[in-house]
Write a protein that binds this ligand. Structure first.
Ligand code: ZN
Length: 335
């Protein structure tokens, strides 16, 4: 599982350019699925048929990650950029980026580095640039419209692991592992790997319309409230089990679905916690509002330092998320 997460987390896949991630995931799910396909936007669907007595369940994890897009090239060879998704403005200085063609650069700004070190106000994004080491415009291996991701390599800390982009490659890994372990299910389950979540759940909106599921569940990361000074009060803790979503900025999880997940966790002695998130949302918000409405919820993997250069997750939370999903999908569950 750790090797799978390591592989997925270091792939290049900013929103709208998820192909390298999709190719690798496809290789893993192809032998496990009864049917596999993609759509025009790039969502990947891997279907596992049930015995016909259950529901049609969509499980979603997003393949895309945040990044930056080049908006202008200066004669000096420096690249101006804009954000792809919500990027960590305060931690950009010195951060490295990697483009699709493997060009690496660093991020800096022309607002006075010393001023920033002294804690003064950060310049607007328009004053930041990427330096790929080119002496002039003519030397540049990348240009306007090219997209880069942040370079944040994987580190194995034992029970906890560190990298950028656990949001949401760890969810993708959980879906693959759940698919591996799910032997029998009454339900028809569509393991859906979505695109462009970070830009406003765009892929999931299309996927949920396409699939018209009875039930939708997103698997994503959620911030924790256990750091010394959290931004907002949050009950979720790292290592305390999967967080069953009650509500976030974009949705109220269907109470019956939430209760079914809680009941299964209790019956199987799987640790869990309840999540109420005042910021952010997941693919589940788009799934819930698809067509004439879908019974939707989410299971979140607790993650410290979300959307910063280094995110941290706990292996036991990942394992317990897989256990919870496998148990849920293996039973009749919600009536
Ligand atoms: Zn996410």
């Amino acid at each position: 599982m750790k090797d799978l997460i390591h592989e997925l987390v270091e792939l290049y896949g900013p929103s709208g350019f998820e192909e390298p991630v999709r190719k690798v995931i496809q290789r893993y799910v192809e032998p496990l699925a009864d049917e596999i396909r993609t759509d025009a936007m790039g969502n990947l669907y891997a279907l596992k048929r049930g015995d016909g007595s259950g529901r049609r369940i969509m499980l979603a994890a997003h393949m895309d990650e945040i990044g930056v897009i080049v908006t202008q090239v200066e004669d000096s060879g420096l690249l101006r950029f804009s954000n792809v998704g919500t990027i960590p403005h305060k931690t950009l200085l010195g951060l490295r980026v990697r483009f699709a063609n493997d060009t690496v650069g660093l991020i800096s700004h022309d607002g006075g580095i010393k001023a920033e070190i002294r804690g003064q106000k950060l310049p607007d994004l328009g004053r930041w640039f990427i330096d790929v080491g080119a002496a002039s415009k003519a030397d540049l291996p990348v240009g306007v419209g090219d997209v880069a991701v942040f370079v944040r390599p994987f580190a194995d800390l034992g029970e906890r692991i560190l990298a950028g982009g656990f949001d949401d490659r760890v969810g993708c890994a959980v879906l693959i592992e759940t698919m591996r372990r799910l032997e029998e299910s009454p339900h028809e389950v569509i393991f859906t790997f979505t695109v462009q979540e970070e830009l406003g759940v765009r892929g999931a909106r299309v996927a949920a319309f396409d699939l018209a599921p009875d039930i939708g569940l997103a698997v994503d990361v959620t911030p924790t409230g256990d750091s010394p000074k959290p931004d907002a009060p949050l009950a979720v803790k790292l290592g305390a089990g999967p967080a069953i979503k009650v509500a976030d900025r974009g949705m109220i999880a269907h109470p019956r679905l939430r209760q079914a997940l809680v009941q299964i966790a209790e019956e199987r002695d799987i640790p869990y916690q309840l999540e109420v998130l005042s910021l952010g949302s997941t693919d589940a918000a788009a799934i819930q509002a698809a067509r004439s409405g879908v019974v939707a919820g989410a299971v979140s993997i607790p993650c410290r330092y979300v959307h910063t250069p280094s995110e941290m997750v706990a292996m036991e939370d990942i394992e317990n998320t897989v256990r919870l999903l496998t148990a849920f999908l293996g039973e009749m569950g919600i009536g």
